[in-house]
Ligand binder design. Structure first.
Ligand code: GLY
Length: 402
């Protein structure tokens, strides 16, 4: 067996393990949603909330629910089995109710939520309900675009003084919904907002030493950039690992869609810093200030996101330069598969262990999480399905059939 054959076979084995868990979770979750993270390595259903129209456990609220139907769409891509398509499509009604009913929409994460659940459903099945819901979500996201700063507010009610004018690096992954809305409707406002927001983050959230702030505040009245701060990182001046991973992926996607070399440069700077701060096993600690010997917790989800982002970046670069980033992504995926993926196959299992959601608040520490699972499966899909079309893309890949 050649090295390439061995790699393909171990990647297929990793995907088969992940799919056994997806199968167990279809049986256990149905169209309900697991919690953001596992508790003792098992997902409970999302806790019930009395303030929502759906007061049962497993209701659709929060920022992470779409990573579950997102996994189902990936399972369909990997296997062609219509069972997965049907299971994924069954979630569209919940997202339509959520956006049309105004349930928990005070967040920039509408991009994560509606790209994976509804834009993908529209593309794969032509569901008009899904298209309408995704466009309504893009409109809700546009309400958060603040002039004159030209940024999208990340969290909370727009009138909340503590959140007013604040954005975060993660928001880059919400821009594909806006770019899709422009492509779908012909209205340039959405993509223009995405371009301005991405440029503001390039100029202020990415620091001169190629690290990133997790969050950054603008003066909502004058539009002046104010200051960076962390929320989930080690300190305001440190480099939160997942934020840097979002930066690699988000700036690379923006470069792909716009052809803007400054976004490509931003993605490269995020990537090179990330790669220069890897531990020996290629799976980062939760903040890049933490190194081998620190005894700190890993964040497997950062590695999974970075692997996808590095693959995206590699596609924008010439041959051997791109190959370097592709190889770095492969090392991370192999390490995740070998040391971080459980045997799985039981209801409530995650696809990846050892993530950190929010260390400063002690939430989801050394647990699986839904986004880590999703991006791990996306990373495996990128490797296994030649010509796979990413849900984050708007412009078709060269030679792709849509
Ligand atoms: N987007 C939230 C997080 O990465 O924790």
């Amino acid at each position: 067996m050649t090295t390439t054959d061995a790699t393909a076979s171990s990647t297929r084995a990793a995907a088969a393990t992940a799919l056994r868990t997806v199968d167990a979770n279809i049986a256990s979750f149905g169209t309900r949603y697991p919690a953001d993270t596992t508790t003792d390595d098992r997902y409970p259903l999302r806790p019930a909330r009395a303030d929502l129209p759906d007061t049962a456990p497993g209701a659709n609220y929060g920022w992470t629910t779409s990573f579950w139907p997102g996994q189902l769409w990936l399972a369909h891509e990997l296997t062609g089995d219509d069972r997965y398509r049907d299971a994924a499509q069954a979630h569209v009604a919940s997202y339509a109710r959520r956006v049309h009913g105004g349930v928990d929409l005070d967040t920039h994460d509408l991009g994560f939520l509606y790209t994976l659940s509804c834009v993908t459903a529209w593309r794969r099945t032509g569901s008009v309900e899904a298209r309408d819901a995704a466009l309504a979500a893009a409109d809700a996201l546009m309400l958060r675009f603040l002039e004159p700063a030209g940024i999208i507010q990340a969290w909370g009610d727009l009138a909340d003084p503590a959140q007013r004018g604040r954005t975060i690096i993660d928001s880059l992954m919400n821009m594909p919904l806006l770019r899709w809305a422009t492509a779908e409707t012909g209205d340039p406002r959405y993509a223009t907002a995405a371009d301005r927001h991405t440029a503001a983050l390039r100029d202020h959230i990415l620091r001169a030493d190629d690290t990133t702030f997790h969050t950054f505040y603008w003066d909502a009245v004058t539009g002046s950039p104010l200051r960076g701060a962390t929320e989930q990182g080690y300190s305001d001046g440190s480099c939160w690992a997942r934020g840097q991973a979002w930066g690699i992926f988000g700036f690379a996607l923006a470069a792909r869609e716009t052809g803007d070399g400054t976004f490509l440069d931003a993605a490269l700077r995020c990537a090179d810093y990330f790669l220069a701060h890897l531990p020996a096993d290629h799976v980062v600690y939760w903040d890049l200030v933490l190194t081998d010997g620190s005894g700190a917790a890993r964040d497997s989800s950062s590695a999974a996101i970075a692997a996808c982002g590095l693959d995206e970046l590699a596609r924008l670069l010439p041959g051997d330069v791109g190959d370097r980033y592709r190889a770095a992504a492969a090392s991370m995926i192999d390490s995740l598969a070998a040391g971080y993926a459980p045997a799985g196959g039981e209801p409530g299992d995650p696809l990846l262990l050892h993530g950190v959601y929010d260390m400063p608040k002690s939430v989801g520490v050394d647990e699986g999480n839904l986004w880590g699972d999703y991006y791990y499966l996306e990373a495996l899909t990128r490797r296994l399905v030649p010509g796979w079309e990413s849900p984050w893309w708007v412009a078709p890949a060269p030679g792709a059939v849509r």
